[in-house]
Design a protein. Structure first.
Length: 140
């Protein structure tokens, strides 16, 4: 049963997770094709170059979205903890995720897994506390 959403700040968290998953997908494609030289065909070379460029662009987008992710995560956590819908509150340990996400400005390789996995874990607990958001407005 879907309940009324406490806040819409979870969209910023979900966007950060989506970009993180895309980053891993493009990097997996690049690793799968392998940086062997010379390329066996023009098609293989195009796939290698495009997957590397896509991974770099996605990484840059994730880097730029870090501030949005941190603000969204913190505000959503605050709204859920102050909500009257549930008596349980998300633990304060979840606030370590946006702090670690700030390290994206220093070491992006370390922050990307925390942005993705930590965000998924938080949204999973959030859905257990306040219910699933109503996505019918987005899909119609």
């Amino acid at each position: 049963m879907a309940t009324q959403s406490v806040s819409r700040w979870w969209y910023g968290i979900a966007a950060g997770i989506l970009v993180g998953i895309l980053l891993y997908g493009f990097m997996f494609l690049f690793i799968l094709t392998g940086p062997s030289e010379p390329a066996n065909s023009d098609g293989e070379l195009i796939i290698k170059v495009l997957s590397l460029v896509a991974a770099l662009v996605t990484g840059l987008i994730l880097y730029l979205m870090t501030a949005l992710y941190v603000v969204s995560f913190t505000l959503d956590w605050w709204h859920v903890s102050k909500s009257e819908i549930t008596k349980d509150n998300p633990t304060r340990l979840y606030l370590l995720i946006p702090v670690v996400a700030l390290s994206n400005f220093i070491r992006p390789v370390i922050a990307a897994p925390f942005v993705t996995v930590g965000g998924v874990l938080y949204l999973w607990q959030r859905s257990k506390l306040v219910g699933s958001p109503n996505l019918s407005r987005l899909l119609s």
